[in-house]
Design a protein around this ligand. Structure first.
Ligand code: PLP
Length: 359
């Protein structure tokens, strides 16, 4: 392939990202390197030599994601391993952490159960531009999720990034829902783009992986050193599967978004449904039914929709989010993740399930 990656659309970039130059008889994407130890030649090599320090399969995956994110990437065993690397390696006792109240529950737990007791001031704020701007003075790190989930709020990232920079704070954005196909936080001035690749990025509900992207080599060095020390490394097989899955990211997201838009339209027009929303990117649609019973009966009545947590997979799934007790949502709140089924089939299935609860 010739020409810079910059002249290509994101879906095309995802097909080719991180692949080695064509060589006669070689595969497009070389297989996973399964190794804990590598041959060394006399001197120590802190970047290689041992499977916790480096692995060619992750490095290829990181190069691929770096092309999509527009920065350098450090990959992790899961989204939470990536989150904790940022929060625990970059926030010190005496620092102020601003964290949105509807961040992924694990993020809030790290802040409250591990940072606060170590002398970090944690400021919880709603996912709201004015509230975030007001919380900036004195902050070391600002953590937002945009679009947030499960409530699907969005933040003006360029404005917040500029204000955070002026206040001397680092802005970290969890962009799991949008994926770098739809949102590249680093291009918007954000210091750290963090995501769970367990969701739409890998998209098949068959692995956990995560990453941190940045354009700041010093921040990345701290995050990478944290990974090598604590061992939150991705398995080579998972990294390889995630890399393989990037090739279909564009078509998966296109279909998921087409399904999400159509589903949001159907739900908005249905008398049993309140508050149907889709933020315009990603696979998740949120809505409310009249309590826990109707919401669970709806999910159970769908034939094509798995009762499952998480989102972003090729198979549609839904859950009554209040069952976990971790989010400020009503008992009838449903988080619906659109898969890649044919739109007509998915809509017919949902419409029939809504008839069941109405009848
Ligand atoms: C927005 C968001 N960030 C982070 C995570 C954590 O990712 P993982 O489950 O891969 O550790 C999740 C998981 O659900 C998530 O939804």
């Amino acid at each position: 392939m010739s020409g810079g990656a910059g002249d290509l659309r994101p879906g095309t970039r995802a097909v080719h990202a991180g692949l080695p130059a064509a060589r006669l008889g070689e595969p497009f994407l070389p297989g996973p390197v399964l190794a804990s130890s590598f041959h060394l030649a006399g001197d120590a090599d802190p970047a290689a030599g041992y499977g916790r320090f480096g692995n060619p399969t992750w490095e290829r995956y990181e190069a691929a994601l770096g092309e999509l994110e527009g920065g350098e990437v450090v990959s992790f065993a899961s989204g939470m391993a990536a989150v904790s690397a940022v929060l625990l390696a970059l926030v010190r006792p005496g620092d102020v952490l601003v964290c949105v109240d509807d961040a992924y529950p694990g993020v809030r737990s790290i802040a409250r159960e591990h940072l606060e007791p170590r002398g970090v001031e944690v400021r919880g704020v709603p996912t709201d531009d004015a509230a975030l701007l007001a919380a900036l003075p004195g902050a070391r790190l600002v953590w937002v999720e945009s679009p947030s989930n499960p409530e699907l709020r969005v933040v003006d990232l360029p404005a917040l990034a500029a204000a955070a920079g002026a206040a001397g704070a680092l802005l970290a954005v969890d962009g799991t829902l949008a994926t770098p196909l739809r949102q590249r936080p680093l291009e918007l001035g954000v210091a750290l783009s963090v995501a769970s690749g367990t969701k739409a990025l890998s998209g098949h509900s068959d692995l956990l992986i995560g990453h941190v992207a940045s354009r700041d080599p010093e921040l990345l060095a701290q995050v990478r050193a944290w990974r090598a020390l604590t061992g939150g490394i991705p398995g080579p097989f998972e990294a390889w599967l995630a890399h393989r899955s990037l090739a279909t990211l564009g078509i998966r997201v296109e279909r998921q978004e087409a399904n999400a838009e159509a589903l949001a339209g159907l739900l908005a027009a249905h008398p049993a449904v309140r508050g149907a929303r889709w933020p315009g990117v990603g696979c998740v649609v949120a809505f409310e039914l009249a309590g826990a019973g109707p919401a669970q009966r709806f999910i159970d009545a769908c034939r094509l929709v798995a009762d499952a947590t998480s989102f972003g997979g090729v198979h549609s799934s839904a859950e009554r989010r209040a069952r976990w007790g971790t989010d400020a949502v009503g008992e009838g709140f449903v988080r619906f993740s659109c898969g890649v089924e044919d739109t007509e089939d998915l809509l017919a299935d949902v419409a029939a399930a809504l008839d069941v609860i109405a009848g």
